[in-house]
Design a binder for this molecule. Structure first.
Ligand code: TXA
Ligand code: MG
Length: 317
């Protein structure tokens, strides 16, 4: 198992040697390596078992550092960064050649994000390179929101997990791109479409999918637990599945029975986002035949939650 701790010097040393360290962010834990070191980048793909055509996000400690990695920055991108950085927003910008091809899977854009997590920002500030960091889970599985989640799945493959406690947003960053003068959301995430539109005007939503694998991290069956998930009306689904051991993941109504979790007992969508991956993981670790769940109200952060639930429920092909 990997060591879990808050030793920034140790994390810095490992990263400087080209090794990988799991880092906390406000969204999910990342599996970090030196973005300028192609060997470190390659080992991220291998530890996660991730296909090399799925690009990585570069994490920076300041807006100035983001500028040092990119060519022109569209005005909307500048406005979005000013409003939401540090925070759960990734901007797709034209990369400078200093970013290795492997990071972007050969694309001319690079995803950049300034996370809102003080330990991680301190760490990146202390380095003379930015960090690439995909979510610290095996490819296709649920993202980790605590150091223990990382250790459970990747602990034998990495040396150190920087402990920032539980992630307070709990769902990945929103990815925004700027193509042909228009602003598009490529992944629903911690900042809602409504909030993006207040700053950047109308956006199109172009979620990547298996049929359009530009960002294959958005494959239909991403975030999949091993236990089958069914989405719908919980009571009806329970009746239709009486012969099976069913777990329940409800939105705000509480069920007093075994294997039942409620995402937002307080009815707050933020609470639901924060709990989503931990509860899915917990249910997936129980002796269940199926997990029965329902969608969140489809607005704001609820859209990102529903996107994750639908992908988790999609059949593996
Ligand atoms: O919140 C987050 O963004 C977390 C934390 C650790 O920062 N990171 C994260 O990384 O979710 P990952 O690798 O699990 O997901 C990154 C997504 C993938 O779907 C990838 O295809 C897409 O970002 N992506 C990265 N660079 C891209 C690019 N240049 N163009 C299009 N999509 C890109
Ligand atoms: Mg991921």
């Amino acid at each position: 198992m990997a060591e879990i701790g808050t030793d920034l010097l140790k994390a810095k040393q490992l990263l400087s040697e080209g090794k990988l360290v799991a880092i906390p962010t406000e969204t999910v834990y990342g599996l970090a390596g030196n973005a300028f070191n192609p060997d470190a980048v390659a080992s991220i793909f291998s530890v996660k078992n991730r296909p090399s055509f799925d690009p990585l996000i570069v994490h920076v400690a300041s807006y100035g550092q983001a500028l040092s990695l990119t060519k022109e920055v569209p005005e909307e991108a500048e406005d979005l960064a000013a409003k939401f950085w540090p925070g759960p927003l990734t901007l797709l910008l034209q990369r400078k050649p200093i970013i290795p091809d492997l990071v972007t899977s050969g694309l001319e854009t690079v995803g950049i994000r300034l996370p809102n997590q003080s330990l991680t920002r301190k760490l990146i500030s202390s380095l003379d390179f930015p960090l690439v960091a995909p979510s610290a889970n095996p490819f296709g599985y649920i993202s980790p929101t605590s150091p223990q989640h990382v250790n459970d799945q990747l602990g034998d493959k990495i040396d150190y997990i920087l402990d920032g406690g539980e992630c307070h947003v709990g769902i990945e960053s929103t990815i925004v791109g700027f193509e042909n003068g228009k602003v598009s959301v490529h992944r629903l995430g911690g900042i809602s479409v409504e909030e993006i539109e207040k700053v950047a005007g109308n956006v199109t939503i172009e979620l990547n999918s298996s049929s359009n694998p530009k960002a294959p991290g958005m494959l239909a069956n991403h975030y999949s637990p091993a236990t089958p998930i069914i989405i719908g009306n919980i009571e009806q689904l329970l009746e239709a599945n009486t012969g099976k051991v069913a777990g329940i993941l409800s939105y705000s109504k509480e069920y007093s029975r075994d294997y039942a979790k409620t995402l937002a007992p307080d009815g707050e969508v933020k609470t639901a986002a924060k709990n989503l991956f931990a509860y899915l993981r917990w249910l997936d670790s129980q002796p269940l035949d199926i997990i029965i769940t329902e969608l969140a109200p489809d607005e704001g952060l609820g859209m990102a939650i529903n996107d994750r639930l639908k992908r988790a429920a999609a059949k593996k092909n």
